[in-house]
Design a binder for this molecule. Structure first.
Ligand SMILES: [Mg+2]
Ligand SMILES: [Zn+2]
Length: 220
């Protein structure tokens, strides 16, 4: 069994990129957001254009990031997954710099993160998208379906996916066990995907733990 978790709105309580943009970007970032919502540009184009508008030094970024909280139960969830030997990867269409800072502040510096990369300088920020894939249905900077496919093997076992929104739509169809909240619930319900609704990571642990224990018992 392998676990993949979205970050923004799933692990973090707010959308980190939106928070940083609203604090430090030229107000044009919202026009760009509208273009994406209206389907005029892809999610990956949207993110690159928005990140280029951020004007903040590293200390300002850190101060804002340090005010962002984690979903209740996430730290306990990580500990439980490690004890149960379940690999946990964060797959995010957000920004590595933001995610790593937040995880570090909560004592979780070692979790693997697959995301877009912040490069450039404070005066000229840029977003590198090494996980972008042409033809990705979600148009995301990080093609989460490709990440999951790349990890798939008979030996790795079922895929658990935890998410909340648009960037999780393509990946959710590839999950064997899906945890959904917010707009991912509507998406999964409309497509007839089986899912477990959750509010926070206490819910995810409570649901997943008996499944893992049942599998371990079946294997003997
Ligand atoms: Mg999200
Ligand atoms: Zn994709």
């Amino acid at each position: 069994m392998r676990i993949f978790c979205d970050f923004d709105g799933t692990i973090s309580e707010v959308d980190t990129t939106d928070r940083i943009l609203s604090l430090f970007a030229d107000p044009d970032w919202e026009t760009i957001e509208d273009d994406w919502v209206a389907g005029r540009i892809t999610a990956s184009e949207c993110m690159r254009a928005q990140v280029a508008l951020i004007r903040a030094g590293e200390a300002e970024l850190d101060e804002a990031l340090d005010a962002i909280g984690l979903s209740p139960g996430f730290i306990e969830f990580v500990t439980w997954a490690q004890d149960a030997d379940l690999p946990l990867t964060i797959v995010s269409d957000g920004v590595d710099r933001f995610i790593h800072r937040i995880l570090e502040r909560h004592g979780l510096p070692r979790l693997p993160v697959i995301s877009n990369r912040l490069i450039g300088t404070p005066q000229a920020r840029e977003l590198d998208q090494p996980w972008r894939r042409r033809g990705c249905a979600a148009g995301s900077g990080v093609c989460k379906c490709a990440v999951i496919e790349a990890s798939a093997s008979a030996e790795a076992g079922p895929v658990v996916y935890v998410g909340d929104g648009r960037s999780d739509f393509c990946a959710s169809g590839r999950a064997d066990i899906l945890f959904a909240k917010a707009s991912l619930i509507d998406y999964a319900a409309q497509r007839g995907l089986a899912f477990h609704p959750f509010e926070d990571f206490h819910d995810v642990t409570a649901r997943l733990r008996p499944m893992v224990e049942a599998r371990a018992a079946a294997v003997g």
